[in-house]
Design a protein around this ligand. Structure first.
Ligand code: NAD
Length: 354
């Protein structure tokens, strides 16, 4: 089925209100998730909502929590997300960082104990809207690992995302926003459910040997997802673990820490005002010239054109804003089940499901 973004936003926010969130926080979280769907990242869209409801019920996600500043050292601010909705506390922490960068030229914000932050690019895009450059190192903790270190045959890490954003004058920002795993785990699940194979390079089996069989992630002895880019992606995943988890958070994937099935993100975020370096004018001139130069590249045989990070998401958004968001039957059924579990009235569920 295809569903209009506005309807999906309304349903998802009603779902979170039923689960105990205040309306404003529910709307903010729903908008973030639906925007991930609109931008083509279904693995970080409304498909996450049932797990959020489950974590509220288990006491792992506090739907009313907001940020608390733990330490304020001027340019460096440590913030606790108090296991609130990542979409709410992530936005609040980013707003603190932007304000501080506007005052000082630079701000380094550590956000710890946020429940799943969703699409990290959202926080980078907020910085770009304020004409700031930003860099984000994020780790993921709270559940069993999925990703093998380079040369490893066992899972040790999560999909630790990295994001870097450059603002542009009168143009959308450049947004590099990516998992450090070869493939999002959600995509492995989709292939597994559909009985399909996974493309080369994404998975290894229990011996650490390449496989295309998604079954290795759901059976014993299990396999693992690979980092992207061999040891380089593994290295970046490790730095996300150390900067996000060890420097900012209180929690990394090393085995002293509990894995109780929740999803916590810790994020180190550096926000800076380009004016404090060579000035925005020169920076913007160079960005435009580099982007034009790259766009002018002759496409490889079989490719349509060269794109800049952030463009594929905008193309998908343009299409889905008109055509609606594709949702498979299973995801929609899970959302309706989550609504029931959250306590949404049957009449309301019936309204949405008709
Ligand atoms: P992806 O592989 O689809 O895209 C990664 C980056 O590559 C994007 O910036 C995209 O614009 C760019 N890109 C894609 N195709 C391109 C092309 N042809 N030319 C130029 N650039 C191109 O994304 P992903 O790695 O699957 O990550 C998906 C989302 O999942 C991200 O928003 C990420 O923040 C999120 N995520 C979140 C968590 C979490 O714990 N909160 C964990 C992992 C991932």
């Amino acid at each position: 089925m295809r569903i209009a973004a506005e309807t999906l936003e309304l349903f998802t926010s009603d779902l979170f209100v039923a689960a105990g969130a205040d309306r404003a926080d529910a709307v903010q979280t729903a908008e973030h998730l639906v925007l991930a769907n609109l931008k083509g990242h279904d693995s970080h869209g409304v498909v996450m909502a049932p797990s959020y409801v489950g974590n509220i019920k288990r006491g792992f996600l506090d739907p009313k929590a907001h940020i608390e500043v733990v330490k304020d050292a001027g340019g460096v601010i440590l913030i606790d997300g108090c296991t609130g909705f990542g979409q709410v506390v992530g936005k609040e922490a980013t707003m603190v960082g932007i304000k501080r960068a506007q005052e000082n030229g630079i701000a380094c914000v550590g956000l710890r104990n946020a429940h799943h932050l969703g699409r990290i690019g959202s926080y980078g895009e907020m910085c770009a809207e304020a004409n700031m450059v930003s860099v984000h190192f994020v780790n993921v903790v709270g559940h069993e690992p999925l990703v093998a270190p380079y040369n490893g045959a066992e899972r040790r890490l999560q999909t630790n995302p990295f994001c870097a954003v450059a603002p542009r004058n009168n143009e959308p920002p450049i947004v590099l926003d990516m998992a450090t795993s070869f493939i999002a785990f959600g995509k492995v699940k989709v292939a597994y459910n559909a009985g399909k194979t996974i493309r080369d390079g994404a998975l290894v089996d229990h011996d650490g040997l390449p496989t295309n069989d998604p079954n290795v992630m759901f059976s014993q002895p299990g396999g693992a997802v690979q980092p992207f880019g061999l040891y380089k992606g593994y290295g970046l995943a490790l730095m996300c673990e150390l900067f996000g988890g060890a420097l900012v958070g209180e929690w990394t994937m090393q085995p002293e820490h509990e894995r109780n099935g929740t999803v916590i993100n810790n994020m180190l975020m550096m926000i800076l005002n380009p004016e404090v370096f060579g000035g925005s004018e020169r920076f913007q001139h160079e960005i435009s010239a580099v982007v034009d130069y790259l766009h002018d590249t002759q496409p490889a045989r079989g490719a349509d054109r060269v794109r800049i990070p952030g463009e594929p998401e905008r193309e998908t958004l343009a299409e889905r804003a008109v055509e609606g968001i594709p949702l498979d039957d299973r995801t929609w059924a899970e959302l309706l089940d989550a609504a029931k579990a959250a306590g949404m009235a049957d009449s309301m569920i019936a309204k949405y499901s008709s």
